[in-house]
Each structure stands twice: as structure tokens, then as C-alpha cells.
Design a protein around this ligand. Structure first.
Ligand code: URA
Length: 251
């Protein structure tokens, strides 16, 4: 459910402010009833009219994109760089990325036109576990990675418990591959966490969000998420609200 003025604005009726005015002026109806209060919330199934003209409400859609490196997690870019919505030329809904991956990070990115779903999944108190594979400069000992699990201070705040796994070490090149599971979504979090323990990230990929993986997709591909998978994500996100410790139980 979203506030009526927000939905009207999203549907392109008018700006949010102007939509508020339309509501106050008694020009908006929801399921045949005129609404003049600003607090009313509606869903995609409600029938909306402005001045007696039906408002077309997009049905919510959900996609999983295998974001390639070198693409911006946005719907447009003023410098003309490639953005994630460029991968959905045939999708008429106004979709946007749920959270973001850095320009040079590849991997799973969810796309939707459902603001409530996006807010739920990116809200700091119930972010589902996300699994990253990082190629780092240096060859850490397991003990050095332990600091990541216990939390490191980035920008003055300690990160929540995480799970790191040393996957391989290339002694000749002086690099290592580490899997890191976190359930926060702070800006450049994974890179900053590795930076904090002295191992800069050379390459980063997000391999999993909750139960979702990149299986069957090549870079640049996407698939629509069926209702069942969307519901599972919502259940996961709500479940994680209660405790950060639960991140350990998923591995
Ligand atoms: N952490 C990062 O540092 N970058 C990303 O793109 C995602 C998580």
C-alpha cells in the first residue's frame, strides 16, 4: 500500500504536491468514493479516478538482472553511460533498481516498479543476506578475515556480523578470492570492509540475495521473478527484522 498522492505521481497524473492539491480539491476518487484526506493508502488493485477519468495503475513487476560491470544502477545517467534499465527495452513498466551495485560491480540486482517492496528489501533493519565474491589484493590469513565477521568500523560505525570464507589464494599474483555474506547495504560496504583490514578489492560480484542466485543467467540477462519467489523474499526480509544473528543460519 502506498499513499494516494505518491501513486498518482508515480502514474504520471501530476507531481506529488499537485496530486495532493487534486485530492484536497475533491477531484480524486478511490473505488468510486471521493477522497479528500492525504493519509489514504491504496494498492495496485484499487480503482482510481481523477475528474472521473480512470488512472491506469501499473501492476507490480519484479525482475532479477545479472548486472554487468560498467553499468550504472540507475534509470538514467546525465553522462550518457549505460544504465540498468537499458537491459529491459521491452518492459513498459517504470522499473528501477532495488538498492544499487557499484558501476564496476557485477551480479544480482533486483528491479521493480513496487516502491514498497524496494523499501522493505533495502530498509537497514531487515536486509536479507547478500553474498559477494571479492577478488582482493593480498593474501590474507583466515584470522585476518575474522575481523570482517566480527565487524569493522567504517565511517565511524561498526558493521554488523558477517561471514567470510577464503576460497582461494594466488601466491604468484598476490591475490585472493573471498566470499563475504553481509546483510547491510551501506555505500560501497564490501569494498570499505576489505579496505579496513588492508586488502583492497580488485573485482566484486554479488552472487546471491536471500535465496536468489544468478543460476541460468549470463551477464546482461534478466528473468522475471514469479510470485512465489517474490513472496519468499518478502518473508525473508520480514523474518530478518528480528535478529542480525540469523545471518549465520543461512549458510
Ligand atoms: N559493496 C560494494 O562495495 N560495492 C557494491 O557494489 C556492493 C556492495
Amino acid at each position: 500500500m502506498e499513499r494516494l498522492q505518491k501513486v498518482l505521481a508515480h502514474c504520471g497524473v501530476a507531481s506529488r504536491r499537485k496530486s495532493e492539491e487534486l485530492i484536497i480539491q475533491g477531484r480524486v476518487s478511490v473505488n468510486g468514493k471521493v477522497v479528500t484526506e492525504l493519509g489514504v493508502k491504496v494498492s495496485a488493485n484499487d480503482h482510481l479516478e481523477v475528474d472521473g477519468v480512470p488512472v491506469y495503475q501499473e501492476q507490480p513487476v519484479y525482475y532479477l538482472l545479472y548486472k554487468p560491470r560498467g553499468v550504472i544502477s540507475a534509470v538514467s545517467d546525465d553522462k550518457g553511460r549505460k544504465v540498468v534499465t537499458d537491459y529491459f527495452p521491452g518492459v513498459p513498466e517504470r522499473i528501477f533498481p532495488v538498492g544499487r551495485l557499484d558501476y564496476d560491480t557485477s551480479g544480482i540486482l533486483l528491479m521493480t516498479n513496487d516502491g514498497e517492496f524496494s523499501n522493505l528489501l533495502t530498509h537497514p533493519s531487515h536486509e536479507v543476506p547478500k553474498v559477494y565474491i571479492a577478488k582482493i589484493k593480498g593474501t590474507p590469513l583466515k584470522q585476518q578475515l575474522k575481523a570482517l565477521d566480527e565487524g569493522v568500523v567504517i565511517e565511524g560505525r561498526k558493521t554488523a556480523p558477517a561471514i567470510s570464507k577464503l576460497k582461494s589464494v594466488d601466491m604468484q599474483k598476490g591475490t585472493a578470492i573471498v566470499e563475504l555474506t553481509i546483510h547491510e547495504g551501506r555505500n560501497h560496504q564490501v569494498k570499505k570492509m576489505f579496505e579496513a583490514i588492508g586488502f583492497p578489492v580488485l573485482k566484486l560480484k554479488r552472487e546471491q540475495i536471500g535465496h536468489l542466485t544468478l543460476q541460468g543467467l549470463n551477464s546482461g540477462d534478466y528473468r522475471e521473478l514469479p510470485k512465489k519467489e517474490v513472496s519468499q523474499l518478502i518473508v525473508d526480509a520480514k523474518g530478518f527484522k528480528t535478529g542480525r544473528k540469523r545471518v549465520r543460519e543461512t549458510r
